[in-house]
Design a protein around this ligand. Sequence first.
Ligand code: NDP
Ligand code: HSE
Length: 449
Amino acid sequence: MTENTYNPGKGEGSPVGVAILGLGTVGAQVLRLLQERAEDFERRVGGPIEVRGVAVSDKSKPRPGVDPELLTDDAFTLIERDDVDIVVEVIGGIDYPRRVVLEALHAGKSVVTANKALVAAHGAELSDAADATGADLFFEAAVAAAIPVVGPLRRSLAGDQVNKVVGIVNGTTNFILDAMDSTGADYDEMLAEATRLGYAEADPTADVEGHDAASKAAILSSLAFHTRVTSDDVHCEGISSITAEDIAAANAADCTIKLLATCERVIQEDGSEGISTSVYPAFIPRRHPLATVRESFNAVFVEADAAGRLMFYGNGAGGNPTASAVLGDLVAAGRNKVFGGRAPGDSTYADLPILPFGEVETRFHIDLEVDDRIGVLADISRRLADNGISLRTVRQEGGTRAHEGSAARLVIITHSAKEEQLQSCVEMLASLDSVVKVNSVIRIEGMDV
Ligand code: NDP
Ligand code: HSE
């Protein structure tokens, strides 16, 4: 922080003016809780929180319990007001909120946002703008909603070395996968239900294609490894291609399927460090703690040198859980406005290289239909071994997917190997005359737990 950004605080008892941008699933709960618990907020902040206005896109929508005088469809004019100290951005999207948030930060107003897409894409620019004026930039709600994970990585674990963060960080996809697994529910119906319940993004493609989880993974990696990671640096696969057959295959292997975000510190062959950040659906053994994360809940595991293994679990989506995290940040930002000082900013000094996904080691669960004749299993096993892929288990059955009369099902679980090596082996298998069809290739995680 430079000298001209020193913030002595407004003094105890001074009002803190807040502009709320967005009054949808999250914004409506933020406003409600602020109004219902005004006295508590005043005590916690050191001065009253006063909502100066609420920006929405359509002022004519019915909004029971909301003072129409507060509403505006002009966010820029609202945040420019001299009596606005803190801007809460819960609109979503990237381009428009980026402009509003930057303008607020340039004017020295602290910002609290739940917008992971914005932070993951433009974190450096926002952080620089905050540093330039000494404003606070908080985004606890951007990752796993109510679960405190940004704060712990940024503050509590700042004295440790984090080696891995892995978790379920998207409520919508967990809701869908859990329902498909436990009740055989239909993918499209559960997506519609997740949208109705307020879990899904305005465009749920961001959820099901993994982009929402990728934004969160980028934020987690940046915090964990003191390195700038953007959403473009994250290898991302979603769940839209997961079928009822894949779920059945997972069940047959005593596994369930989860969309995992994995952030890893990797020691390369030459001893240097790099990081890898990815999002993909994976088989998880039912005995693994992540397999027990149901409905729209999220869970994040952190492995650190001194702390060992930590697990964070809770509500990862929805209006109230997200409002809880937004309001926690608002109290912190408000206190700084009243008493002075500033929250810790970004730390990206380590600047570790981001490794290509092909370099990362994974395990595969490969489900094939093969010719049902003697020698095929041995031939496939030998070809994989010749390509440096060691097999953990191979199971052959005249399975339910078998083609009439002539095909059997072969289920292979590999030991870990480099992703690019595994992918090329799968291509090789698909090209064999004895392989009728590659039913699915899904990574498998958590075998060691
Ligand atoms: P909604 O779509 O429910 O609400 C968006 C709000 O923004 C609406 O009130 C809308 O106005 C308003 N808005 C849209 N465009 C503008 C504009 N140009 N100017 C002013 N207001 C505008 O979104 P959510 O509340 O679900 O999500 C908000 C943010 O929180 C997103 O970044 C999301 O990723 C994040 N988040 C959401 C979670 C969730 O579970 N829902 C969990 C964690 C984070 P109008 O009401 O007139 O349509
Ligand atoms: N759409 C997100 C989810 C909201 O389903 O997890 C919480 O970030």
